[in-house]
Design a protein around this ligand. Sequence first.
Ligand code: DLL
Length: 433
Amino acid sequence: MKYWNQTYECMTRDEMTRVQTDRLINTVKRIFHNVPFYRDKMQKAGLEPGDIKSLEDLKKLPFTYKQDLRDTYPYGLFAVPLSEIVRIHASSGTTGRQTVVGYTRRDIDTWAEVMARTLSCAGATKESFIQVAYGYGLFTGGLGVHYGAERIGASVIPISGGNTKRQLQIMKDFGTTILACTPSYALYLAEEMEEAGIRKEDLHLKAGVFGAEPWSSNMRNEIEERLGIIAIDIYGLSEVIGPGVASECHCKNGLHIPEDHFIPEIIDPVTEEVLPPGSVGELVFTTITKEGLPLLRYRTRDISSLNYEVCECGRTCVRMSKVSGRTDDMLIIRGVNVFPSQIESVLLEIGETAPHYLLIVDRVDNLDSLEVWVEMTPSLFSDEVKMIEDIEKKIRKEIEGTLGINAKVRLVEPKTIERSEGKAKRVIDRRKL
Ligand code: DLL
């Protein structure tokens, strides 16, 4: 089966515009009446729902920022009574003000639909065995792929992340044909596979759906070569729905966006002006079918561009280019979104070190590593080694508790970390993507 939903994936531009316009008008009405936050924002901008009559009017609407979700934590932007919410996910961090997202039953259905399209792009059918090695839990990766795979009728192997030896055993014994995980984990699996003496010919793998973090075409070539598969880039973010927001097809020339659910725009992140097709800028999404957490013009901070030409695969829906970076300082370490400021808060809260730190991110054996350097205060420096080790341990535990990632913590001598006269350089990212 080539397409999952040919009607929507191959619509003419005129038909798509009609669908989007109707859905946008309805969404704006619903949001205005149900979400006080948006009502205020629209009223401040002098807007009534009736002012939104066409796609041209989209640019009049206010933007939504990640900070808005944090400020209204946990449920302030939900547009339905909480009794209608059947699932909650959250992005990164295990405590504090993370971004919380909620789905109604219909949202879960929509998510399965867009994920079925994504997996079909990679060639998935009822006959496929899909090994879901994205994490299950509050992260959207595992369950997002899971529901899409079930919708297609494929056989789902819900193994979740980690336990590499077992992943390989299962991949071989269960006859996995499609692997779903982050691209860095795919490379790690390839490496461990070679180490274990498993040849790619021993497996049944045909394709992989890799995303949740940026990756380069070099990395793609390496994964394809070592696993003997076609590697498809899939994109998404929890706020918009999770995975399923965009996916490459076999042409590997841009990621198709299910525009009947999400309207993309590219803006200049500084002037906030909408840019014409083909321009590189910040990707912004408006959801037009979501019920639980509909979002107007959500600022993703991801850098991309849009291409409206019909793809060789026959799909007419717009393609976004591979994400080339971010407009903020968010890092993605082993699939977890990390802001340097979150680590800074941990350090300040513990308060036993100097306020100078440096994060060193690297990729060792295809796995991301994070090292946190923190300067000791002069008095701590003269203390016993045991004391210093205890503080390192405490910081490591706290980072793990707050962000859910393992970091190596090193207390360094006072004045080791270079001071800067302008913006402090807090991060050294040595990963060559
Ligand atoms: O990472 C959803 C997802 C799960 C996508 C599984 C694909 C596969 P969040 O944790 O909210 O959601 O992180 C969203 O991850 O704004 C991008 O910066 C980054 N990202 C996601 N996919 C890609 C990709 C999931 N294919 C943030 N290429 C986004 C580059 C990606 N960056």
